[in-house]
Design a protein around this ligand. Structure first.
Ligand code: CA
Length: 226
């Protein structure tokens, strides 16, 4: 089993490498995102341990660029507990799991073994609702074949609604799945995002269900009357 550690704190990288080698893994180390990506293109890895804040190319971008190239190597993201990490965004970018620093080596090892058991994740399927098409792998959206740009948060809200197309979801459901666990703002932030999604998708695409939440129409291109 061959692993790649992309981590710019050299002491931490060296200690992870030493620990994993003791467990019988072959381990390469890169200290920035650019070198990390190069390693992944040159060699084949069973899993990648990827720090989020990295010189040159950060962890989000390393992850997104691998997934865009169709590389589904399992990725464990390492993050500091400063709130720099947005769980939904990170997992949407294509990380399989994450671990907050500081962590114990035992936990790291357990997470890696779990990832290796799960194996390479499949490319997520392109989702469709009426003329609306969302590709979680490339984070792109098309409406009737026309590409439309969404911000990261708009995309995350839309992705959640599409996973539940035709169902009623509450603001709490959306917040819990799109914002991270530390979220403590007003639930009404959801209204703001639904409003901007409606502008792009057409007014009738997302119905308001009074007192319950929202429902993305199965034909989510604005043809539905409210
Ligand atoms: Ca770092």
């Amino acid at each position: 089993m061959r692993l790649l550690v992309i981590e710019d704190e050299e002491l931490l990288a060296a200690s992870i490498k030493a620990g994993l080698e003791e467990e019988g893994f072959a381990v390469d180390v890169a200290h920035d995102g650019e070198v990390g990506l190069w390693h992944i293109q040159e060699h084949s890895y069973d899993a990648v341990i990827l720090d989020l804040m990295l010189p040159k190319v950060n962890g989000y971008k390393v992850c997104a660029s691998l997934r865009e190239q169709g590389n589904w190597v399992p990725i464990l993201m390492l993050t500091a507990k400063t709130g720099e990490w947005d769980v939904a965004e990170g997992l949407d970018t294509g990380a399989d799991d994450y671990l907050t620093k500081p962590f114990s080596f035992v936990i790291l090892l357990a997470r890696i073994r779990a990832l290796l058991r799960r194996g390479t994740t499949e490319r997520p399927a392109v989702m469709q609702a009426g003329g609306l098409q969302l590709d979680p792998a490339t984070r792109s959206v098309e409406i009737d074949g026309r590409p439309v740009d969404f911000t990261a948060k708009e995309f995350a809200v839309l992705h959640f609604l599409m996973r539940h197309a035709g169902e009623v979801v509450s603001k709490t459901d959306i917040v819990e799945n799109v914002w991270d666990v530390e979220f403590d703002s007003d639930l009404n932030i959801v209204e703001v995002y639904v409003g901007s999604l409606r502008k792009k998708l057409g007014k009738g695409a997302i119905e308001t269900i009074r007192g319950a939440g929202y429902r993305l129409s199965d034909d989510a291109t604005g043809n539905v009357t409210e």
